[in-house]
Design a binder for this molecule. Structure first.
Ligand SMILES: [Zn+2]
Length: 500
């Protein structure tokens, strides 16, 4: 290679300086958590992952998952050791090719001690070999792995990675993913992004998936089972792949009638939020007894019971909206959940408005009027709801009320400029609620902290003067708003995340 010729004398001197070994005392262990106030042991400190390469084999009859994870990362401090979040049994760990010592600690910590310290800013390749039954792994008393009659599924929030691959499991550390899964012939393995190859050999079929844009570990998904798969391409050439368990019973028709509209929903959302941020589209429905849905990147998970009362395109709108708000722009900390859920809910209000089933204003009026001030709903602060209320209905409905208040304050033109600008401004990154407030102030040229304090940060139902000022309450004496037609289908999305 001629690359060495290009190194300037200064750079060469610098690299020689770096080669001088630091004393062992300078190398310290990476933190066992990334520093999230809601979930102290989620993620880890001391390094930043750029890519996960997962080569897996799964046997549906026994739930045995065997795998080799190759993780590329860059150190962010002089590291004597570091952690990954993981629950399955590990047989070997290598760091930069050399065998490394490893031990378990806490609920989900895999502590890895390399042969020698890793200097800050260096590239590291970590290989973890493992095997085990994900359904037997409990972390904080909970399992994110859902066993099905024909396989298993990993799709949960705020955590699901530790049940099937070792990770720096926090949205702050996103990476690209190649997921290759071998399953017995006749079964399928569904994951994120583009299905690049499907090959069969000696009774096993291997599915190779690629998600080529930064992806938070909890947004990585795996489902093994027997699926009917539909494929298509959007007019822009984006591959679409939907997968339906062959065992959805009475919910099969309604599930298809909803999820097959994903392309239409994404095209409409592009008008609202700007260009779709990823390399593929789709959704999947495994045969789990769940009614929640989750915004797993490029390919949301839908529990079959979400369709028990018939088709629900509003749920698809919610999960596809998350591809911009939640997946491309992710929380900085889990307390920032409003930047995901407030917007995904508001996108359902906008869809209702477009479909003539109630305008966002009517939905806001009803959301405000239908819950009395004594309802505990109003005690949850969407801007910092606490871990126990992270997915409380208030984060969704009061969260969307905050956006209607913003819309009324800045006017439609500025409001939609903000909705479209933010996912571009912060694409493939992380942000806090405060970041959004600053952005909205910058675009609108208006001070907005008072408005957001009222709707996101103050416990208690905002009083009538504040609500009338925000345009979400009628004048005294006016009759209560009628329930919009779309209300029921929209609130059906509230049963998300039913494990807490
Ligand atoms: Zn959501």
């Amino acid at each position: 290679m001629h690359r060495s010729r290009l190194i300037a004398p200064g750079a060469l001197a610098a690299s020689l300086l770096l080669a001088i070994p630091a004393t062992a005392a300078d190398f310290t262990p990476g933190a066992p958590g990334v520093g999230d106030s809601y979930y102290p042991d989620h993620g880890n400190g001391g390094y930043d992952v750029s890519h996960y390469d997962l080569r897996l084999k799964y046997q549906p009859t026994t739930d045995l998952l065997e795998g080799t994870a190759t993780i590329t990362a860059t150190t962010t401090q002089d590291l004597s050791r570091f952690n990954l979040d993981f629950g399955l049994k590990v047989s070997e760990v290598r760091v930069n090719g050399k065998k490394a010592a490893f031990a378990r600690s806490g609920e989900q910590e895999l502590e890895i001690t390399p042969k020698s310290g890793l200097p800050k800013g260096s590239s590291v390749t970590i290989v973890v070999r493992y095997a085990g039954k994900p359904s037997e792994v409990k972390i904080h008393g909970f399992t994110a792995w859902q066993r099905t009659p024909d396989g298993g599924v990993a799709a949960q929030e705020p955590e699901s990675a530790a049940w099937w691959f070792p990770a720096n499991d926090h949205p702050r550390d996103k990476a690209t993913f190649d997921v290759s899964v071998a399953v017995p012939d006749g079964s399928q393995a569904i994951s994120n992004g583009v299905l690049q190859r499907q090959t069969s050999r000696l009774g096993w079929t291997r599915f190779d998936w690629r998600s080529n844009k930064p992806q938070a570990p909890y947004l990585a998904t795996l489902a093994v089972g027997k699926f009917d798969i539909t494929t298509d391409k959007t007019e822009n050439g984006l591959p679409v792949l939907n997968a339906y368990s062959k065992d959805l019973g009475d919910n099969a028709g309604a599930a298809r009638a909803s999820i097959e509209r994903t392309t239409e929903v994404a095209e409409w959302l592009e008008e609202v939020f700007g260009p779709y941020p990823f390399n593929a589209l789709g959704g999947y429905v495994p045969n789990v007894p769940a009614s929640y849905a989750l915004e797993t990147q490029t390919r949301p998970f839908y529990g079959p019971r979400a369709f028990a009362n018939g088709s629900n395109v509003s749920i698809v709108v919610h999960e596809i909206a998350h591809q911009w708000y939640g997946d491309s722009v992710s929380v900085e900390n889990w307390k920032d959940i409003w930047i995901n859920e407030g917007f995904a809910r508001y996108s359902q209000w906008l869809w209702s408005e477009k479909e003539g089933e109630g305008t966002a204003q009517e939905l806001a009026d009803y959301a405000y009027a239908s819950r009395p001030a004594t309802d505990p709903f109003w005690q949850v602060k969407p801007g910092d709801p606490g871990p126990d209320n992270q997915f409380h209905a208030a984060v969704y409905d009061r969260g969307a009320l905050a956006l209607q208040a913003l819309r009324n304050k800045v006017g439609d033109k500025t409001f939609f400029k903000i909705l479209k600008g933010w996912p571009t401004e912060r694409a493939h990154g992380n942000a806090s609620v405060r970041d959004f407030v600053s952005y909205a102030e910058e675009v609108s040229g208006k001070p907005l902290s008072g408005l957001f304090d009222t709707w996101l940060y103050k416990a208690g139902k905002p009083g009538a003067p504040a609500a009338r000022g925000a345009g979400v309450a009628r004048a005294a004496g006016e009759k209560a708003p009628a329930k919009p037609k779309s209300w029921k289908k929209i609130t059906a999305t509230n049963t998300l995340h039913d494990h807490h």
